[in-house]
Design a protein around this ligand. Structure first.
Ligand SMILES: Nc1ncnc2c1ncn2[C@@H]1O[C@H](COP(=O)(O)OP(=O)(O)OP(=O)(O)O)[C@@H](O)[C@H]1O
Ligand SMILES: [Mg+2]
Length: 309
């Protein structure tokens, strides 16, 4: 029986509707041995096959826009080559490196960016962080679990490709936004990520963003090629989130400057990004934190998949 079916049967036996259950229902669940539940943020991993497709640009822009709707934290999961702090205009002194080694707490490492969302900064140029140990991965999973329990939305900016920490974060997240560019090399690498993840998690939910599109509409054409190959070869249905124009204003972003979506909200690129947030809002049922069984949350999923990598 599926989870919803089991829940319905449980309610019939207990005689309480979903609203009547509350603390009492959870207490009963505990006594009956059903797994406890907890509230978790919607987690969105930003991934790509090829490097430099625009993940960090998208992740920082989405975090700024999502924070207007829900309490959002951006986690820079690019182990070793983090840069989100530069794009958000903050200068952190502590990073994921100190957090994972136990030298700092989550609250000491989190920084609030001028545009609102908080950032868990990654380490940059630290070789040890580029190849995290198993202990690092377990600590990282725990911190993601803690953040998910406190926040409403987590945006996880990943490094390119399929390194173990990157794959685990994708498998842990509720949604995977795959960022590609319209050219064939990027599409081939995006397909490689879909194939790799689908082998480990057949129900992974992929959304596709085509970035740096020169001619309007080319993004959707590129998406159609990608989704057709994914459907035929791995039986995965991809969902189109939209395209972002190739925009000189993005390239010319200077250190310390605030993100384009904040300083030029009516520019075509900002409008395209805002439309993606609306679409995410629809697809996720309002970007609301929701109840999950404790053994089904982001930390548990990350840990479980770790055993199979
Ligand atoms: N829509 C766009 N128009 C013009 N330039 C863009 C656009 N999106 C990203 N860029 C530029 O492309 C470069 C790479 O972007 P970004 O760092 O976001 O990619 P990434 O996928 O995070 O890279 P990495 O794989 O190294 O983490 C940056 O110089 C950025 O300014
Ligand atoms: Mg990046």
């Amino acid at each position: 029986m599926d989870g919803a079916g089991a829940g319905r049967q449980h309610e019939m036996k207990g005689g309480l509707g979903p609203r009547g259950r509350g603390l009492f229902g959870r207490l009963l669940d505990g006594l009956r041995g059903a797994p406890a539940t907890r509230t978790e943020a919607v987690s969105i991993a930003i991934a790509s096959g090829k490097g430099g497709t625009g993940k960090s640009f998208l992740a920082t822009s989405l975090a700024v826009l999502l924070h207007k709707l829900r309490r959002t934290v951006l986690v820079d999961c690019d182990f070793g080559l983090a840069c989100d702090h530069l794009l958000l205009g903050v200068k952190p002194t502590l990073t994921l490196q100190q957090l994972l080694s136990g030298q700092a707490t989550l609250d000491q490492v989190l920084v609030t960016s001028p545009c609102g969302p908080r950032l868990l900064p990654g380490a940059s140029g630290v070789r040890r962080m580029a190849t995290p140990s198993d202990k690092d991965l377990l600590s990282f999973a725990r911190e993601l679990g803690t953040l998910a329990a406190r926040e409403e939305v987590l945006v996880l900016d990943l490094g390119a490709g399929i390194a173990p920490a990157t794959v685990l974060t994708m498998l842990g997240a509720d949604w995977i936004v795959l960022v590609t560019q319209p050219e064939i090399a990027a599409l081939v690498d995006a397909y490689a990520v879909v194939k790799c993840i689908a082998q480990l998690h057949e129900h992974a939910k992929f959304l596709v963003v085509v970035n740096r599109v020169g001619t309007p509409g080319r993004g959707e054409l590129a998406f159609e090629r990608l989704t057709e190959v994914a459907r035929q070869h791995v039986g995965v249905q991809l969902v189109y989130l939209g395209e972002i124009p190739d925009d000189d204003a993005v390239m010319q972003h200077r250190l310390g400057q605030l993100p384009l979506v904040a300083i030029e909200p009516t520019a075509p690129t900002s409008v395209a990004l805002a439309a993606m947030v609306q679409r995410l809002h629809q697809l996720t049922g309002g970007l609301r934190a929701r109840e999950v069984a404790s053994d089904q949350g982001i930390e548990a999923r990350f840990r479980q998949h770790r055993l199979f990598l």
